[in-house]
Structures are given as structure tokens and as C-alpha cells.
Design a protein around this ligand. Sequence first.
Ligand SMILES: *Cc1c(COP(=O)(O)O)cnc(C)c1O
Length: 411
Amino acid sequence: MVKKQLLKIVEEFGSPIYVYDAEKIVSQYNRLTDAFKDVKQLKINYAVKALSNISILKLFKTLGSGIDTVSIQEVQLGLAAGFLPEQIIFTPNGVSLDEIEEATKLGVQINIDNLSILEQFGTKHPQVPVCIRINPHVMAGGNSNISVGHIDSKFGISIHQIPHLLRIVENTKMTINGIHMHTGSDILDIDVFLYASEILFETAKQFKNLEFVDFGSGFKVPYKPGDIETNIEELGKKLSEKFNAFCKEYGKDLTLAFEPGKFLVSESGSFLTKVNAVKQTTSTVFAQVDSGFNHLIRPMFYGSHHEIVNISNPNGRERFYTVVGYICETDTFGNNRRINEINEGDILCFKNAGAYCFSMSSNYNSRFRPAEVLWYNKKAHLIRKRETFDDIIKNQIDIDFTSKKDKVLVG
Ligand SMILES: *Cc1c(COP(=O)(O)O)cnc(C)c1O
């Protein structure tokens, strides 16, 4: 999208605002499916938690994608978007057996990552085929909070527990129809991924009724110029070869599944904010915008880098700014960034704002969450209204502290 279109969207719908470019989502989806064109049956399940607006889900539906969900609410959202139960995989962690049974009633594919739950589920519902999430203990990812394959991780069933797992399957007579791993975000080294895939294939051979092998996600996208990204084309070529060889050995054409979030939507998103004030201190020039980590938490939470561009003054002289939010505690979006000269009222654009941005936003400081716009067919479609004070207050219950009864209770 060009700057002029983004500025027009702010004019029309206000700031701060999230804007997603549908074309970019479609091209990332096609890039991924192209990379694996040598696999007979490929299934992409978009990870809803990255960006869960119903219009985004419907866009994925038009592409033939399924969805990966981590809560019963995401399952319900997927059904509301028109996905069939069989297009939905439920991959929760640490949820109750009740929630898994609720998802079972809705008819979606269940993925279990805990032996205790597997045993209880298999005992009660031996007729429901389930996928198992394996932890291959391969370290992937650059951030300790998003690396989920290490030995102390709460995710997955350890490969060292496979004998126990097999005993549960045998005792309950349940069917394992899929095997899954998700080693964490930000895979940079394809060899590490391929190594993990070999562990998964080895494990898969021990299950006779598989229909799919799911490699989760963790594809890295570039966040700044010069950033390394996962080479999807190379991964596609090498993993497809390994997968096809595995299917031959297994004696059946299985489905190869992925569940990317970030790869599909991160780069489609722009977060637009207005500069409330430029504040010069003794050492720093701060650009203070009309947003904060309540709307975009990744820089403060993960130390993530989001490029910041002054789209109001793209040809202005470059200067150094620290871009901060309005939340009343440390709230830094970017330190010491080289940005075209910023004036009060300018619109700053944060890039890579598609994944884990709106979906992690909150009402902290009792602020409204932003509006969302989908740029589709050269038109801006509002896909979420900006919140109002009503949204802040609607579930709150205020007690009448002046009534006699309450006074007695307080003593
Ligand atoms: C979060 C998550 C994903 C998506 O990860 P990305 O890094 O956004 O691609 C996929 N699978 C599972 C089980 C997840 O929890």
C-alpha cells in the first residue's frame, strides 16, 4: 500500500488504526503453497491467534486455508467465519478436559499435548481420533519466550515419553490420526527444522493410522531491511523431498500440514498513529504518539523491532527520535530511530503490524482499542469499529455505597 492511501484511511477513520493489505496476505499464502507444490496433499491452517478478525478469517477461507485454534472461543470464531469443523484444528495447551470435550462436540480435529489428558480423553472417547503434539526437544527461535521446543517447555509430549504414549493408545483403543510439532517462532536455520522433522518422521512410524503430519510453524519474516528470513522456497524443496520419501516408506499418501500465523499476516499490517507532541529533553528527542503498549505490546514485551516511518513527511531531513507511547510507565516503541523529521500531527506508520499486534491489545489505562481496516480490491473496508466508552464500562458492576445495607456491611 502507498503512503497516500494510508493517510487517507487515517483521515476517514481516525487514529490510531490498524490497516491490513489483503493482497500481501494472499501473496504470502501463495508463496507458501508454491514452495510445497511437490507434496500431493498440503494443508495450511492459519493460526488464528496472530490476527483473529472475522473478515481476515473469511479471507483465508476464500484461499482454501483451514485454521489452527488454541481456545474454544477461537474455534467458535472460526465456525462463525464459515469454516467447516473438519477445516479446524484445536491445539490448546493447559486447558481443561471440559474445553477439549466442548471442541469435540463441535466436531473439530483435536490435538492433545499432555499424557494425562490423552489418557482421560482416550478412556472416555476412544472413537474420536486425535492428533498428538510431540516435543522433539530441538531448540529453535531467537527469543526465549517464544521458543517452545526446549527440554523444560510446557508444550508437547516429550519424544522420550513415546513408550508411555503408545501404552495409553493401546489400553484405550483410541486412534491417533495426526502427529504434530511446533517448535516455536523464528526458525532461521533450515537444517535445525529438517533435523526436527526427521525426529517427527521417526516417531510417526510408530503410529499406524496417521492421516497427516503437522509441522506447526515458526517461519521468520523480515522486520527490518537486511533481516534474515526463513527461506521458504529452500525449506519447501528439502522438506517436500523428505516428506514424500517418508510417505513411501509409510505406505500411504499423508497430508503435510502447517499452521503459520506470523508468516501469513505480519507484513500485511501497518499500525498508524498520530504524533501528539515532540518533546526535547537534555539528551533525547521524544516523539509521543496517540497510542502505547496497550495497542502494540511487542516492543515492550518481546523487545521486537517494528520499523517506524513518518508517512506525513517522507522527504523530510532524517533525525534521531525515540518514539514513545502515552501509557503511564515505560512505554517505548523504538529507541534512537532515524526517521524523517517529525512534526506534531504527523502520522507514524509501524510496519509488520499484522501478527500479534491487535490480537494482543488491551484496554490498559482505560483506553479504547483501535479500529481495523482491510485494504481489499483497492478499497478500505472497516472491519472493526474503534471502541467507545461503552465498551470500557459495559461489563462493570458498580455497587451503591450509599445504600443503608452496604453501610452496615462495611461496618
Ligand atoms: C502460535 C502458534 C502458531 C503460529 O506461530 P507463528 O510463529 O505465528 O507462525 C502455530 N501453531 C501453534 C500451535 C501455535 O501455538
